[in-house]
Structure formats: C-alpha cells, structure tokens
Unconditional design. Structure first.
Lengths: 451, 302
C-alpha cells in the first residue's frame, strides 16, 4: 500500500462518487438551461436495478418533522409470566395495525422491557400533531367481535357509519353476536392435513365455547364475519355447528398472513392495558425552523473550519479541508443508507448538533498530524519523511483519544433514550469516519502530491 | 515557559471558578427540567413578539383548570409554560380555551410522568460514573508499558480528576445560571456533560501520550522537566483544536436556534475548561503525585 498510493487514491475517489450519488436528493423533471431534456434522477431506482429493495432517505426525528411521541407502560399484572412476551408483541402489532388504518406514514412502534420487568411501548407518529387523536389511535385495547346475518327486514338498518368497515360486502343485514375477544383462550397457526395450507386455529374459553356453538348452530352454510377494531378481518363460511370450543379459519392464507391474523386475534384475546407515561407533541413549523437554523449553523461551522485550517496550515490546511468535506459526504451517506437496515439513524436536533461537533473533532486528528509534521521538519527532516513520521507518531494519541470518545458514546447509547441515543450514535459514527478521513484520506492525498 | 513550576497558581484559578459554582449548587441546587422532575411543558406561539402579558394570559388559562404553573418564559414569538403533569383531557380543554388569546396556537406539548423523571436521573448518574470508570481502565491499560518511575494507574486517575474538574465547572456554573437566569438542566445537559467528559479525556490523552513518548526517548531529564516539555510541545495542537471546536460551537450558539442554545453553552464551557484542565491540571497533578510519593519514600528511609 505504501508503495502505491494510487490504488488507494482511486478507491477514495470511487467511494466519494458513491457517497455523492447516495447523498443527492431525488430529482424529478429538472430541466437544465440549453439542454431541453428533462433530467430524472432517483437513487432508489438505481438501487432497485441493483436488486436492493427499500427506500433510502434521511429519517427525520419528531423534533424536526413535527409529530407525536408517546411512551406507554403495558400493564402485565393479569397475564401469566409465560405469555407476557406474546402479549406485548400482540399489543405492538395491534397498535401498528391501527396506525396503518389511520394512514400515518413511517410510524415507529417499539417495545422495551426494563430490567425491573416493566414493559413499555413507545409510539412515534410523524405528522400527527393532535395528541387526542394520537392517543385514541393507540389507547384502547383491541376489540374483537363476531357478526352474523340477522333476519331479513326484522331489524332497522343501522346507519352505515356505525357498522364495521367491509361488513356490507359480506353480510346483508349484519348483527353483532355476544361472542368477543375475551372469549378466546388462545390462537395458533396450524396446517391443513389434506392441502397443507396454513390455517388459524382458535380455542375458546368454556363460556366462549357455548356462545360459539350457539352461533355456529344457527349459521350453518352462512357467513360469520370476524371483526377486529371495527374492520372485517375475515368472513369464513360456517360448514357445520362447532361444539368442541375450537375452530379453524381456513382462508387463502400464506404462512405470513395466517401468522398475522393469529397475532391479531391474540391481540384481541390478550388485552394489555396501557398507561401513558410520557408524551410529546411538536408542531411542524417549530421543527422546520429549528432544522433550518441547525443546517445554517452546520454550514457556517464547516466554512469556519475550512478558513481556519487554511490560514493555520496553508496548503496542508486546504487538503485537510478537502478531507473534511469528504468526511461530511461519507457521514451523510451512512445516515441515508442506514434507513435500509433495522438500525436506521433518525436525525434529531441533538443528533445534528452531535454531527456538527464531530466535524470539529474530526479536524483534531489532522491538527495533531500537521503539528507533528511541523516539528519533524523543524528538526531538518525532508518533507516526505516528515509526512510519514508525522502520521505514525500522531497515531497513538489519535487512537487513544478517539477510543475514549467511543467509550463515552457507548455508555450514552446504553443509558440514554430518544434524543440522547441519537446523539451518541451520530457521535460514534462521526469518530469512526473521522479516523478514516483524517488518516487514510489525507495521507493518500499527501503521498500522491509529494511523490 | 514553566507551567509545572507555577502549578499551584493554576490549581488556584481552577478553584476560583469551581468554588462559587459548588456553593451555588449546595445553596440552590440545579434548576431541574421536567425531564427529571416530571411535569408538562407547553409551547404556544403568538403572531407577534411574545410579551409577559401573553405569558400571563396563557398561564391564567391553565390555572383556571386548577393546574399549578411553575414557570413561564418567552422567546421571540413563543411562550413556554411549565406546569404539573396534565393529561390529554386537560390539554384539549386548554387548546380549545386558547382561542380566547388572539392568534395563539399550541406548538408543542410535552408531558413526562414522575416515573420517567426518576429514571432519567438515575440513568444520568450511572452514565457519568460508568463512563469515568471505563476511561480510567482504558488509560491504565493503554499506558501499561510506561517506563518507571511513572505508573499507568496514576495517568488514568489524573485524567479522571481533570474530567471531574470539567464536570464541576459546568455543573457549578449551571447552578448559578439556574438560580439567577432560570436556566433549566434537561436530558440534553446530561448529553453535553458526557460529551465534555469525552472531549476532556481526549485532550488530556494527547498530552499524556507525548509524556509517554518522551519518557521512553529522553533520558537525563527529570520527570518534572519531561512533563513540562511535553505540555509545551503539544500546546499548539491543544489550542488549535480547541479553537476550531469553539468556533464551530459559536456558530451553533449564534444560529442554532433556541432549543439547543443552553446545550451549546454547556459544551462551550466544557470544551474551554477541558482544554485548561488538560494543560494546567492533569499533567501538573502527575508531577505533584510523583513529588509526594518520593517525599514519603524519603521520609520512610530517614
């Protein structure tokens, strides 16, 4: 490597081009002056061709995007120890499903269990700035009900808005039965012994068994609709009266959809009551104003550093500024690419502050190296030797100081929540990338120039 | 320049900054935000520059509902009101009442239950303690090959004393700010403290690294001389780095907006203190320790 900095040089150039492609925002139908052609650019199209599905985008935190965040305590007191994890997952799935019904884009629903055994559900709803509305989407426990065909013309037809979504398509005169989610003991996914197709198995409680037997008795060859939170999830045809207290829902399931329905029914069966511990609502205008301010401060910070470094170290400073510019491109590309992974980085105001701070710290490695080079040159060493010695001597202090910052960010990540975590993650990524940019990038450039 | 020779003078300067802060900390304590105490923070925007009158009418709406308002603050066109924990019903009542104040709109509502508040406090304390312990361990390990008479554990401990110095400076000053200017300490402040810890150690290590290198290379100089020489050799770097970071923080302070203003101030104080402590406290302490242990040895031999 030392003999041929060119390979490394071109590698850095390639990485830079890649980072730029990732970083630039999607362009749609931009027309450029004399060229009368429209330019379309979307990195996601390129990714799709490369076989990567998913959208890459900067994920903005609620403090920037505006929205609601809520932390709930899930009350597990009434649920046996062994079923608690399932119950929590069911509750999470229920909340997710409700949010989806509501049409909130990019919601985040997370569960966490504290060392004390307390379970929490954290919900973030970008764009929703009405706490009541948000609270209602999430708040109540899942409601499962079974509907049957009522006698024609006997009951007055209720106003359609009060009826579950989609019931009109399956039942002419829908009537709610007395069987509810509380009557289900357990659900599971099984496979049909004949066809091998997945199906959802329901087991009722003793009470539920009786109710279910009555319903199926009077509805043979008719449809009974299963309604969850006012939406028809399934409308199976009853083939015979079921007295055993267990039922299967055969439908056109894949294993995934069967699992989903089973979880949803479980959500109705295992109601977890939620207590709101913490909530935050940020209006969209406030967030945007903060973002603009932070970006301005960031750009200004970068310019200040570039000017400062160029004055202090002349040509070397310009080079370091260039490396710093690449550093910014790399970090932004990592932020954007992270949205493809489950560990997507959300940009919050404190995260942006962490990033801007890390730009300042990134320069430190270069300052360390350059000061060392100055010293070596003062001792009469030729430039090229001074470069090499500068880098190798500065390395131990760069390593040790950066490791200590990484330790701090790891501790922050472990103990922090929300904004603090975002800051820690950004700081850690910043430190790692800065070591790469300050050492490898700057050194390669210097070697190419002073060859 | 003889920094080691004047070490007591530099220690004195540190004490002059730290002691008023500590007194203020014991007398008034920190002005804790709802992140620690639990409670509700409401931000309301008004069409023009917010006045005390706006703040009063907003808080009277809340008091009408039987909520205790503990503080109000205005900034540009925003009014921030802090109350005891309120629920969504009380908030929606408040939002509908808000129409009586002309053009006012709720921009932000943040409510934190007391459980979360207590948790944040414990986590913050644990994080600072844990980070310090890990850093001592890392330095002790990283400096394990240091030649006699120095000991690597001493390097670790001195770095942490410098770190505690910086934490005390920032916490003390914020106790003063909190009492006299109503500045609140929130979870972002804890983040700032931990960043300062990282930065302080970062700075100290650069000097220590040079001491380590010089101890190996240079012979014939006393420990004191080696330390002094090392501080001088790294002085340019220390000042330049701090200056860059300080400049960036100034940009954030002036243009970064209100929500992170005090966060940036904490960082700014911490970075300046961190640079000072790594030059004037950490390394001189090493020398002081060395002198003391030699003196004890001599006394024993007598």
């Amino acid at each position: 490597m030392r003999k041929n900095p060119r390979i490394l040089f071109w590698l850095i150039i390639a990485l830079t081009i890649f980072a730029v492609l990732i970083d630039i925002p999607s362009v749609n139908g931009l027309s450029v002056g004399p060229i009368k052609q429209k330019i379309n650019f979307d990195i996601n199209n390129a990714l799709r061709i490369a076989g990567i599905n998913g959208q890459i985008a900067f994920r903005r935190g609620l403090d920037i995007e505006g929205g609601t965040s809520m932390t709930f305590r899930a009350d597990m007191a009434g649920i046996p120890q062994g079923q608690r994890a399932d119950a929590l997952k069911s509750a999470k799935d229920t909340i997710e499903r409700r949010i989806n019904l509501f049409g909130v884009s990019e919601p985040i629903v997370q569960t966490s269990t504290l060392t004390t055994g307390e379970s929490r559900i954290i919900v973030e709803l970008p764009g929703v700035s009405d706490l009541n509305q948000a609270r209602n989407i999430v708040g109540t426990t899942a409601q499962l009900s079974f509907w049957e065909e009522g006698a024609t013309g006997s009951a007055k037809i209720a106003s359609s808005s009060a009826l579950p979504l989609g019931i009109a398509q399956v039942l002419k005169n829908p009537v709610k039965t007395n069987l509810t989610g509380n009557d289900i003991q357990q659900t599971s996914v099984t496979f049909d012994t004949n066809t091998g197709k997945p199906q959802v198995q329901l087991t009722f409680t003793a009470d539920g068994t009786q109710k279910f037997a009555d319903i199926t008795k009077r509805n043979v060859n008719k449809i009974v609709a299963i309604v969850l939170d006012n939406v028809v999830v399934e409308a199976p045809n009853v083939q015979q009266a079921i007295l055993s207290g267990s039922a299967v829902i055969t439908g056109n399931f894949t294993t995934d959809t069967a699992n989903q329905l089973s979880t949803e029914l479980n959500a109705g069966a295992l109601p977890v009551s939620l207590t709101l511990l913490q909530s935050q609502v940020v209006g969209p205008t406030l967030g945007l104003a903060s973002l603009e301010k932070s970006l301005l401060a960031g750009i200004l910070g970068l310019v200040i550093i570039i000017v400062f470094m160029s004055i202090l170290y002349g040509r070397l400073g310009v080079l370091a500024s260039f490396a710093l510019f690449l550093y910014t491109l790399f970090v932004l590309a990592i932020f954007k690419l992270s949205s493809l992974t489950p560990y997507g980085i959300t940009l919050t105001l404190s995260g942006i502050a962490g990033f801007i701070l890390s730009i300042g710290m990134a320069v430190d490695a270069n300052i360390l190296i350059f000061e060392r080079m100055k010293e070596e040159k003062r001792l009469g060493k030729p430039t090229q030797a001074a470069i090499e010695i500068g880098f190798s001597r500065a390395w131990t202090s760069i390593r040790d100081s950066n490791v200590s910052t990484l330790i701090t960010s790891a501790v922050l990540y472990r103990f922090g929540t929300g904004a603090v975590r975002g800051f820690a993650l950004v700081l850690a990524i910043g430190v790692l990338v800065s070591m790469f940019s300050a050492i490898i990038v700057t050194r390669t450039f210097l070697r190419v120039i002073y060859k | 320049m003889d920094i080691i020779g004047k070490k007591y003078f530099y220690f004195l300067i540190s004490l002059i900054v730290i002691i008023p802060g500590l007194i203020s900390l014991f007398l008034f304590g920190l002005n804790l935000s709802i992140d620690f105490t639990g409670g509700t923070l409401i931000t309301v925007s008004v069409p023009k520059q917010a006045t005390q009158k706006d703040a009063n009418s907003v808080s009277s709406l809340l008091e009408k509902e039987g909520l205790k308002v503990s503080s109000t603050q205005t900034s540009n066109n925003l009014v921030m009101v802090r109350t005891e924990t309120m629920d969504q019903k009380q908030d929606s009542k408040f939002v509908s009442d808000l129409f009586s104040v002309k053009g006012a709109k709720q921009e932000e509502f943040q409510s934190i239950g007391p459980t979360i508040g207590a948790e944040t406090t414990t986590n913050a304390a644990a994080a600072v303690a844990l980070a310090s312990i890990f850093i001592v361990l890392y330095i002790t390990w990283s400096f394990r090959k240091i030649p006699k008479p120095a000991s690597s554990l001493r390097f670790g401990i001195c770095a942490v004393i410098a770190l505690i110095h910086d934490v005390l400076v920032v916490v003390g000053l914020f106790a003063i700010f909190g009492h006299f200017f109503g500045v609140e300490v929130d979870s972002l402040f804890v983040t700032a403290l931990l960043t300062i810890i990282g930065f302080s150690v970062h700075d100290t290590i650069v000097v220590f690294d040079r001491i380590r290198e010089n101890l190996k290379r240079v012979s014939g100089l006393s420990f004191e001389q080696v330390v002094n020489e090392s501080i001088l050799q790294t002085l340019d770097r220390s000042l330049n780095t701090s200056l860059t970071v300080v400049l960036v923080l100034f940009a954030l302070l002036l243009f970064g907006g209100d929500s992170i203003r005090w966060f940036v101030v904490a960082l700014l104080i911490g970075v300046i203190s961190g640079t000072y402590s790594s030059i004037f406290n950490a390394s001189p302490l090493l020398v002081l320790w060395q002198e003391l242990s030699e003196k004890i040895k001599r006394d024993k031999n007598k």
